[in-house]
Design a protein around this ligand. Structure first.
Ligand code: GLN
Length: 491
């Protein structure tokens, strides 16, 4: 039966790819459907760039490939990219005035890999400036609203990606996660997202924030969809990314259906302390009970340096950012001040005009902790504790197969509520930072609703290169429950 197309946005990536292959729907129809939805819900602020001609041309090419029997796994599936990935055919801003109107001469590897599997690009998605933030309020191009309650934040920094998936403006989106930016917005918007092991996804063409932490990954409606997308976007890129892992690309869908009976789930006591809101706690507790019903065992574990992950991250990430962002000097990329008297004046005015407050704050912190006399006291100490945090995980994984806990201490807060309080934003990252610092894979799956009927996400953390296991554990939960299938009203 031919799909009537009015409900295409209710399908996940896996099902949409199947219907495209079976020619029940064409890539052109799918692209047209989602473009119309993006236009109709522009008030969410999720998209930063759309170019219908480019998208429709890609869709026509996908239809030709479908007609000729191509075996690409995502042929004709439309999706959009966080605006931190550079793209040839769309403007790439990283959410910064510094890069307003910037066009890259090449596509990021992640974008190119997805395109090679037949993905049709719908456009670019709003994000915090240079991916610095937890609420998407640091974008130079306006806020993004959470589709579950438009007065609330979608989370950050991949806020546009999570909001667009939740509202059905795209079946899936890319995001990046430096300290939680895939997991936290996925949690706030009730979608599924995964950050792979550091080095799995190429950083080539991802505008750099903190190079030892930045990782790309998908946001979609289910673990099954994330598995399909992650299989396409990961893989070695040794010539272009010096931290790319030399491990072959994998089919992350292959273990999805494995039973979870006998699985040992580590529950870190530090993730369930005072700071955790009771509504989030009860949704996560209920999800853990569901796992017990599925035959898993809960094992109490300890990640004793969880609290230290905040100062450690907020030293290391700004340190790396201050170095990475030195390239925006008005000479090579983007914005240049109009009036200046000499070279130094041009640098100063360009950077004063081009960067937003949070980015400037991080450049100052980063420069400070790296400077002579403070390096040993801050940066070096932070690096040592970072190693200890990774060691804590190594100990924990001797007792369990995966670790589970909340993604964030609360549900999504009101837009504006914390915008003048950077420290409050930083503290809200407490549960996502440890896995980032250790370079471990982590994901967020919807497990219910908390205060104000806002979605709650549960975090699953795996050992290195255990993405298949994580996705399997998430998929089994999603087969037994339907939290991931809930959609916000009005979309
Ligand atoms: N919220 C964290 C920060 O502001 C994480 C951001 C990210 O993962 N890109 O740095």
């Amino acid at each position: 039966m031919k799909n009537d197309n009015t409900s295409l946005h209710e399908l996940g990536v896996t099902e949409l790819a199947r219907q495209l292959r079976e020619r029940k729907v064409s890539a052109l129809e799918a692209a047209g459907h989602f473009l119309a939805r993006a236009r109709a819900h522009a008030q969410l602020g999720a998209f930063l760039d759309i170019d219908e001609d480019v998208t429709l041309a890609q869709a026509r090419a996908a239809d030709q490939a479908l007609a000729s029997g191509s075996k690409a796994t995502l042929l004709g599936v439309p999706m959009a990219h966080k605006d931190i990935f550079v793209t040839k055919d769309f403007v790439s801003t990283a959410g910064s005035k510094m890069l307003a109107g910037y066009r890259s001469p090449f596509d990021a590897t992640v974008v190119a890999r997805l395109a090679a599997q037949g993905v049709v690009t719908l456009g670019k998605l709003n994000c915090d400036e240079f991916a610095m933030g937890s609420a998407n309020e640091n974008s130079a191009f306006g806020k993004v609203c959470n589709p579950w309650d438009q007065s609330r934040t979608p989370g950050g920094s991949s806020g546009g990606s999570a909001a667009a998936v939740a509202a059905g403006l795209v079946p899936a989106a890319t995001g990046t996660d430096t300290g939680g930016s895939i997991r936290q917005p996925a949690s706030f918007c009730g979608v599924t997202g995964i950050k792979p092991t550091y080095g799995r996804a190429s950083r080539y063409g991802m505008v750099a924030f903190a190079s030892s932490l930045d990782q790309a990954g998908p946001l979609a409606h289910s673990a099954e969809d994330c598995a399909l997308l992650l299989s396409a976007l990961c893989g070695p890129d040794l010539d272009r990314d010096s931290t790319s892992l030399d491990v072959p690309a994998e089919d992350f869908t292959r273990c999805l259906a494995d039973p979870v009976a006998g699985l040992k789930i580590g529950v870190p006591q530090e993730f369930f302390g005072e700071g955790l809101a009771p509504d989030v706690r009860s949704a996560v507790d209920a999800a853990l009970k569901e796992y017990e019903k599925l035959g898993a065992t809960l094992v109490p574990i300890s990640l004793p340096r969880t609290e230290l992950s905040i100062p450690v991250y907020y030293i290391i990430a700004p340190a790396e950012a201050s170095s990475n962002l030195s390239r925006f000097d008005g000479v090579k990329f983007g914005h240049r001040a109009k009036d200046y008297v000499d070279l130094v004046d041009m640098y100063k005015k360009t950077r004063a005009e081009g960067f937003g407050d949070e980015v400037k704050r991080r450049i100052m912190i980063g420069t400070y902790v790296l400077s002579h006399g403070y390096y040993d006291a801050y940066y070096l100490q932070a690096q040592k504790i970072r190693r200890m945090i990774a060691d804590d995980f190594a100990q924990a994984f001797k007792q369990c197969d995966v670790i589970a806990g909340p993604v964030a201490p609360t549900v999504a807060w009101k837009l504006g509520d914390m915008s003048d309080d950077p420290v409050a934003n930083y503290l809200a990252d407490i549960f996502t930072l440890p896995a980032s610092l250790a370079g471990l894979p982590g994901m967020s799956i919807p497990v219910g609703f908390g205060a104000h009927q806002m979605p709650v996400g549960m975090q699953l953390i795996g050992n290195y290169l255990q993405e298949s296991k994580l996705l399997n554990v998430a998929h089994r939960f999603q087969q037994a429950t339907d939290w991931h299938a809930k959609r916000p009203q009005g979309f």
